[in-house]
Design a protein around this ligand. Structure first.
Ligand SMILES: Cc1ncc(C[n+]2csc(CCOP(=O)(O)OP(=O)(O)O)c2C)c(N)n1
Length: 561
């Protein structure tokens, strides 16, 4: 078998069904053999960054690793942002890049780049393959690494001569992965201490991150919270880990989280953080984070997260589900005094509700999202881009289920949403997929609209068009002396013509009264649709914590707005 056939056969054996890719000189031997492997569906993207985000969206929506092909040099380097996005958000992915022939490596050959060197910091692991015989075991190892422990992207750079060489195919060979011990049983002794502290705490709070969703631990979390009477907030990537409308829900935490969640965190005497990194978007100014917490408990699968930002009193290095499963039988029913704490949180919810400007007559993003979420009936996948649109989409989300809100949380990659929506729809072909984006991020990867047409994917884009780089404009207004510098996007394509040029249907929406018919239009067409919502250009995200400040300093929508 040639190395190319070994690769494709190994992918099929790993259960791969879809590859998002782009051909070029250094992976042509693979593309030559691809038609002979009809079980592998290849989706031709329009830019390699699109392939990486599609594979990412596919992985998040399916739970299976996303697979990417790219050629050497510029092709592989175009993947870097997508790999970094997946890496920061712990998304399983396998990227297979063509490399120049092993005899040419290091000679500045045409389209040669040090792809391993460039991608090592943004991948969980990477392999350089110089011989065909290495291919089967490398594929096996790559999928194992990408999907076990804390998931992440793995890159395999395969020299062109290894793709073309022939050899014996040995699918059973395995690569010893010395030192790779991704799974750990939770420490039961520590969990016993956790259960005791949860019972003794007067003002406990649980924060849940992406790890709860990745490990499917939402039911254990819900039962623990209900039995012990403990309120639960989520990170941006954890949105969906706990039902937003549950009486114990604090909704989203962090520097753009809800006022009542911030109040709860800042007054908690115990904070249990599950499946999350505790990054600066959660803590804001670190030394003012949860100042009354006498106990920090951190449960996470990645030991390197322990104490990275907040030093826990008790650490449990484990898969979130395994830890919560073991913790659940130890949980004691809520003590009587817990009611005071819950009533206090209810009072904060009343005092600091999510609000938005209603009085100026302009279309507000929340009007659009309320209508969209009503149409979604808690069933659709919503993929948000980055910026104000992302935070609005997260805060006005009203679902009870995990895994349906997808966004780039760690890297904050503008341009993520459209290709990730395409990947999500490929993964879940009968689930409606809504893509929420600002016009700035949307045009960064808009060329992938062709893929939605070619693959007949009826995704719906909700463009929250505010004629500027909204989030940056807000930061400049609020934290940089009001100097609006290089944020104006009033010169943009006519999005209706742009969408129609790609073969989409599209509609411009200017007022609230047009919302119902616009969504009817989008839902009524069995193909991709873009709705260009001309929203209030001055609409801002609230609450927000001023840059460099602690959570206690959060700002809310000015009164009377
Ligand atoms: C690739 C990339 N470049 C720059 C940024 C910095 N950034 C964060 S939000 C934002 C503005 C986004 O504007 P738009 O897409 O129109 O969305 P809005 O905030 O208006 O909803 C920028 C420039 C980023 N996150 N990603």
């Amino acid at each position: 078998m040639t190395g190319a056939d070994m690769l494709l056969e190994s992918l099929a054996r790993e259960g791969v069904e879809v590859i998002f890719g782009y051909p070029g000189g250094a992976n042509l031997p693979i593309y030559q053999r691809l038609p002979d492997h009809p079980g592998l569906r290849h989706i031709l993207v329009r830019h390699e960054q699109g392939a990486a985000h599609m594979a990412d969206g596919y992985a998040r929506a399916s739970g299976k690793p996303g697979v990417v092909f790219a050629t050497s040099g510029p092709g592989a380097l175009n993947l870097v942002t997508g790999l970094a996005t997946a890496f920061m958000d712990s998304v399983p992915m396998v990227a297979i890049t063509g490399q120049v022939a092993s005899t040419m490596v290091g000679r500045d050959a045409f389209q040669e780049s040090d792809v391993i060197g460039c991608t090592q910091p943004v991948t969980k692991h990477s392999f350089l393959v110089t011989h065909a015989s290495q291919i089967p075991r490398t594929i096996k190892a790559a999928f194992h690494i990408a999907t076990t422990g804390r998931p992440g992207p793995v890159l395999i750079d395969i020299c062109k001569d290894a793709q073309m060489a022939t050899g014996e195919y040995d699918p059973e060979s395995s690569l010893p992965l010395a030192g790779y011990r991704p799974e750990r049983d939770p420490d039961l002794h520590n969990l016993g201490r956790v259960a005791r502290l949860l019972a003794e705490a007067e003002r406990p709070v649980i924060l849940a991150g992406h790890g709860v969703i990745l490990s499917k631990a939402e039911n254990e979390l819900l039962r623990i919270a209900e039995t012990a009477g403990i309120p639960v907030g989520t990170t941006l990537l954890g949105v969906g880990a706990f039902p937003v409308d549950h009486p114990l829900s604090l909704h989203m935490t962090g520097f753009m989280g809800t006022g009542w969640c911030i109040k709860a965190v800042q007054n908690a005497d115990l904070l249990m953080m599950v499946g999350m990194r505790v990054d600066d978007r959660v803590t804001a100014k670190l030394d003012e984070f949860a100042p009354h917490a006498k106990q920090f408990i951190h449960i996470d699968i990645d030991p390197s997260e322990m104490g990275k930002n907040v030093l826990p009193h008790i650490e449990v290095v484990s898969d979130a589900k395994a830890a919560l499963e073991a913790l659940e039988p130890m949980i004691e029913p809520a003590p009587a005094g817990r009611n005071h704490w819950i009533s206090q949180i209810d009072a904060w919810r009343e005092e600091h509700p999510l609000r938005f400007a209603r009085a100026n007559g302009l279309l507000q993003p929340q009007h659009v999202l309320e209508e969209m979420y009503a149409r979604c009936r808690s069933e659709a996948i919503v993929v948000a881009d980055v910026g104000q649109n992302q935070i609005w989409a997260a805060l006005w989300w009203n679902y009870r289920k995990p895994g349906l809100f997808i966004n780039s949380g760690g890297a904050g990659t503008m341009g993520f949403a459209l290709p990730a929506s395409i990947g999500a729809r490929v993964a879940r072909p009968t689930t409606p997929v809504w893509c929420v984006a600002g016009e700035g991020g949307f045009v960064m990867t808009a060329q992938e609209m062709s893929v939605a047409v070619a693959e007949k994917l009826p995704i719906k884009v909700v463009l929250l068009n505010n004629f500027s780089l909204g989030m940056v404009r807000q930061f400049q207004d609020d934290f940089y002396g009001g100097v609006r510098s290089e944020v104006d996007l009033s010169v943009m394509p006519d999005f209706i013509k742009l969408a129609e040029a790609y073969g989409w249907r599209a509609l411009q929406v200017n007022g609230r009264e047009e919302l119902a018919s616009a969504f009817d239009f989008a839902e009524g067409h069995d193909g991709p649709v873009l709705l260009d919502f001309r929203i209030d250009p001055e609409a801002n995200v609230y609450p927000i914590v001023p840059l460099g400040k602690g959570l206690n300093d959060f700002w809310e929508l000015p009164n009377g707005a």
